[in-house]
Write a protein that binds this ligand. Structure first.
Ligand code: ADP
Length: 255
């Protein structure tokens, strides 16, 4: 029986008085494609940000590939993770953001090579070769020398995906990656994600408003409201036969 690659146990996140994640527990299996859906403000993005260690937890535990994300074992006790542990754990995970977050003063190729060279000590020549392979994969090799400002939103997002892949993560997080795009550019980014789903065994978590994409792509859908999972299951079940009233109401509005 394979072990989950991600385990959340009683994960709680508060910002001041506001409880954004409310004792959340769920597992993700290796290679699983998970779609997180739900109303705005229900905590979906916060889950991805916590996994990327961009936020800390108020309570609970997360394990990634068997290791605690925010804690390390010392003798028999769990102590808070130090920066070295966090860096090691971050190497498991790549994230793609709604607003691309490319380095504006670096060309496309440098955007992809920077992290492997700086954080993993990759050889610059080898990093460049790998970057060109990844850019080829997302259909952006011809723009390797372009600056981000010269690209369309869809092209920027494809570069951002290549950049996240350059660190060879086991897990990829996609945070509303098509929400900032003009409608005619959405499909080129979804196609790259479909290709990754088909041709790699990466675990993928996506927060999305593209319900038909979530339906076709995901193995499992989690519907969130107010920092809790209201309902989860295979896409066919959630989208065609939701059980909970809140899920039905949400889907009536967005589909
Ligand atoms: P979703 O992705 O489902 O729209 P988010 O995870 O982005 O929801 O946000 C959940 C709630 O947490 C929202 O009410 C948001 O305003 C709040 N929130 C997110 N980040 C912060 C922060 N850094 N400080 C205070 N409140 C935050």
């Amino acid at each position: 029986m394979p072990q989950p690659i991600i385990q959340l146990e009683g994960v709680t996140k508060r910002f001041g008085e506001l409880t954004v994640l409310d004792e959340l527990s769920f597992d993700v299996m290796p290679g699983e494609k998970l779609a997180l859906i739900g109303p705005s403000g229900s905590g979906k993005t916060t889950i991805l940000r916590v996994l990327m260690t961009l936020e800390t937890l108020t309570a609970g535990h997360i394990k990634v590939d068997g290791d605690y994300l925010f804690h390390m074992k010392k003798q028999d006790a769990l102590i808070p993770a130090d920066e070295r542990h966090l860096q090691k754990m971050r190497a498991n995970i790549g994230m793609v953001f709604q607003h691309f977050n490319l380095f504006p003063h670096k060309c496309v190729c440098d955007n992809v090579t920077l992290a492997p060279v700086l954080t993993q000590g990759a050889n610059p020549q080898a990093a460049k070769k790998r970057a060109m392979e990844l850019l080829e994969m997302v259909g952006m090799a011809e723009k390797a020398k372009s600056m981000p400002s010269q690209l369309s939103g869809g092209q920027k997002q494809r570069v951002a995906i290549a950049r996240a892949l350059a660190l060879n993560p086991k897990i990829m997080l996609f945070d509303e990656v098509t929400s900032a795009l003009d409608p005619e550019l959405v499909e080129e980014v979804l196609n790259v994600m479909r290709m990754l789903g088909r041709e790699t065994d990466m675990t993928m978590l996506l927060v999305t408003h593209e319900m038909s994409f979530a339906h076709d792509f995901a193995d499992r859908v989690l519907f969130f409201d107010k920092g809790r999972i209201v309902e989860s299951g295979p896409p066919d079940e959630i989208f065609t036969n939701p059980k909970e009233e809140r899920t039905k109401a949400f889907l009536r509005k967005v589909v």
